[in-house]
Design a protein around this ligand. Sequence first.
Ligand code: NAP
Ligand code: GCO
Length: 256
Amino acid sequence: MSAALPFRLDGRRALITGSSRGIGLALAAALASSGAHVVLNARDTGRLESAALAMRSAGHTVAAVAFDVTNEVSVTTGFAAIEADHGPIDILVNNTGIHRRAPLVDMTLADWNAVLETNLTSAFLAGRSAARGMIARRAGKIINICSLMSDLARPTTGNYAAAKGGLRMLTRAMCAEWAHHNIQVNGLAPGYILTDLTAPLAADPKFNDWVKTRTPAARWGTPDDLAGACVFLASSASDFVNGQILVIDGGLSAVV
Ligand code: NAP
Ligand code: GCO
């Protein structure tokens, strides 16, 4: 990559998991705007194709590959299909995540497992598939979408916080094993961002007021607030950054 243009991604291919809407779609658009060829992913093919169409109409080079990131066979076959049909994956954004909020004493094992599988195990499955090719090519970027809840918890989010805390440590473990192959693995930790995932919270006047009061920036974040940091971690500008989590939360985690 030219030292003169460290933030450009021309000629690189980026897979963003869970990118038919919300943060994943915004990150895909940001990487595409910086020159990357983008591969979108989700389970719902209708929404996935709509997202791809919108990005193509904006002039971006976009493919869409539907697979369930929690299913080992789906991930393996999905990666094989992408690399066969579109070429090697240079940048992986492990973005997929869900919530199943409940007090721990009332939480079902199914809701615990669903969140851990989607928010943590999926990053292992996709990271493993991506790293195998990146190691062979001696280059790659992996960005794990962590959370404010990689470090902080609140009641009813025990499964989610456990998964995101694990994702912080998986990011460091990936760094420990893959950095010497010239693979940089880092994370983004968003604060409260307005998406489908948080829509029920934003619709609650009390919670909405709490977020705006608790966040020094006095507002919810938007998916686009995460775009620049994602381009940085996907680009040559971050070639000596590894195992780090960049918090983007309007200052929430910096104050009491
Ligand atoms: P979202 O709007 O609910 O979008 C989730 C995306 O993931 C959708 O495209 C969804 O599409 C896909 N998805 C869900 N399960 C999947 C699976 N098993 N396989 C493949 N794709 C799957 O969520 P978001 O708010 O953008 O969150 C994105 C990431 O940011 C998550 O990791 C979340 O934990 C994290 N995050 C969010 C916030 C926030 O405040 N919003 C803050 C910090 C971190 P399908 O349902 O069609 O599969
Ligand atoms: C919640 C929210 C959070 C956000 C985000 C904060 O229930 O408190 O959904 O979990 O989604 O992860 O960074």
